[in-house]
Design a protein. Structure first.
Ligand code: ATP
Ligand code: MG
Length: 503
């Protein structure tokens, strides 16, 4: 059996095409898992951790968050009232028109950040995570480690981040795909190979269990351009590393397919009519586009051209983090320069993370020094990054959003508004706009009539709006944002296997 694997920067999925149906491989009940692995240096049996022992701490943190929120609201109201009085006085004195005063008030109020309280559920989660972290440390201090081997104790997905946060020692890699195209020293290369092969082995085992055969063949999706520090050579290195990792994971055959081509196959299988279609996949790490005749009754879609941009949702996270979360750690308010905060925010770059952890904090004033010291502890930047991503996702629907940063400081919160999001995505959207302009020019001779949108970022309204700015007359079809690529990979895998047998 040959399966399709969508090894994504943010999420990974796998599927097989069996008897004309795409069968998704399930990971803890979900058809995808976060592309993160944690391997503890010394595993602890975390099933012994008892959540209920911390009920009181949860209630008390919820109460202090509520007090902190009331205080922040009080400060906000006071500042807002000062703004109103200031401009109204100017208007009264004739230095400003009534209209002008209203405008200035509205501008100043929107720049002032209204505090958003985190949900009680979020506070509970943060409290339990912090408690578990202390508990694991106690177990390790008392020498109570588990007998399970390091490789067998590897934890994948969302749980990897939780577990990493709990341990002081171990290795977590999130979004390893983002590193495959970068210059790597021998130890880093080996570490990344080990992590990626662990992920592929996890997939191979799950697929073999669920399909009832030993799965040893796969088609792996690849972006048109990998994120890279070496230009196109970075993409070649990434593919070679994936091949080596797959062999270590027990795969005997692997081949690759461009991710937007796979998404085109998914749409081809769904659409009874043939349309000139632009397929746009905006993921966590890269943005990939292809164009061609898709749908109808031909065996396969006829694709003509592809374009790739090595940027995606994680770049929006970085922008949002620098805008709204890093100031909580002193960005722009102390002697540390902006690159220190970029290092802290770029969690998939191991060198930058090390540089951040090694940053000296002498002379940094309160309360930033203590917060930064906590952020320098193992796993905390990754956890913070996940909270920034939560803010970004919430802001796709809501005008404002908040998360609890109790694990940094009791009662501490981060909040963001649509205008923060706009600053956060500005750089990414500029690149995305440039790419769409180029695609629009290069398809001017034969305009697409349909745009098939997929990738997690396609859930963000600003992505569809950008597409519509460049392709105003097309029909936009939303594919499954998470599974638009893997289905096509599975269909291609089955067909390529069949072809190899009949040839
Ligand atoms: N509702 C949402 N609003 C905004 N962004 C979202 C939403 N849902 C998911 N995302 C973002 O989509 C991205 C993940 O998309 P996807 O799963 O397609 O990426 P991937 O396949 O792992 O990455 P890539 O294909 O680039 O390697 C993340 O940055 C995630 O935060
Ligand atoms: Mg993807």
């Amino acid at each position: 059996m040959r399966i399709g694997i969508d090894f994504g920067t943010s999420y990974t999925a796998a599927a097989a095409y069996v008897d004309g149906v795409v069968r998704h491989i399930s990971f803890r009940g979900n058809s995808q898992f976060r592309t993160a692995v944690f391997m503890p240096e010394k595993p602890v049996d975390t099933t012994l951790f008892d959540d209920t022992a911390y009920d009181q701490a949860v209630v008390s943190n919820q109460a202090s968050a509520s007090i902190a929120h009331s205080k922040a609201m009080g400060d906000y109201e006071e500042a807002a009232s000062k703004i109103r009085v200031y401009y109204r006085t100017l208007a009264k004195d004739g230095d400003l028109t009534e209209e002008g005063a209203k405008e200035q008030i509205s501008l100043a109020l929107s720049a002032l950040k209204k505090p958003v309280p985190p949900s009680p559920e979020a506070i509970k989660k943060a409290t339990l995570a912090a408690a578990k972290r202390d508990w694991v440390q106690q177990q390790l201090d008392q020498g109570r480690t588990s007998s399970v081997s390091i490789d067998e104790s590897a934890v994948f997905g969302e749980e990897a981040i939780e577990e990493f946060f709990s341990y002081e020692a171990g290795r977590l890699i999130q979004s390893p795909k983002s590193m495959l195209g970068f210059k790597l020293g021998a130890p880093q290369r080996e570490a990344i190979l080990q992590i990626v092969s662990n992920i592929l082995c996890h997939i191979r085992r799950a697929a073999s269990d669920q399909l009832g055969v030993d799965v040893t063949e796969a088609i792996i999706g690849r972006p048109v351009l990998f994120r890279s520090s070496m230009g196109p050579e970075g993409s070649n290195q990434a593919v070679r590393l994936l091949e080596e990792a797959a062999a270590r994971a027990g795969f005997k055959f692997v081949d690759f397919l461009h991710e937007p081509a796979a998404a085109a196959i998914t749409y081809h299988a769904q659409s009874p009519d043939a349309n000139r279609t632009l397929v746009v996949d905006v993921g966590g790490g890269t943005t990939d586009i292809t164009v061609g005749l898709v749908g109808g009754h031909t065996e396969v879609p006829h694709l003509e051209e592809t374009w790739g941009l090595a940027k995606g949702g994680t770049d929006v996270d970085l922008g949002l983090s620098l805008r709204t979360v890093m100031p909580i750690f002193g960005k722009g308010q102390c002697s540390l320069l902006a690159p220190v905060y970029v290092n802290a925010a770029m969690v998939s770059d191991l060198n930058r993370q090390k540089d951040f952890r090694d940053t000296k904090l002498t002379g940094v004033p309160a309360p930033f020094q203590k917060r930064l010291l906590t952020l320098q502890r193992n796993g905390v930047t990754v956890r913070l990054n996940r909270d920034v991503e939560l803010l970004k996702v919430a802001l796709s629907n809501d005008a404002e959003a908040g998360v609890s940063l109790d694990y940094i400081e009791s009662g501490l919160q981060a909040s963001a508004t649509t205008s923060d999001l706009e600053c956060g995505y500005e750089r990414f959207l500029r690149s995305f706009d440039d790419l769409l302009s180029q695609v629009s020019k290069e398809t001017a001779h034969s305009r697409p009539t349909v745009v098939f949108l997929t990738g997690g970022m396609s859930r963000a309204p600003y992505i569809e709006q950008a597409v519509r700015r460049h392709f105003s007359t097309v029909q936009v079809v939303h594919g499954d944002a998470s599974l638009g690529v893997v289905g096509g990979l599975a269909i291609h895998a089955a067909r390529s296997m069949w072809l190899s047998k009949v040839q």
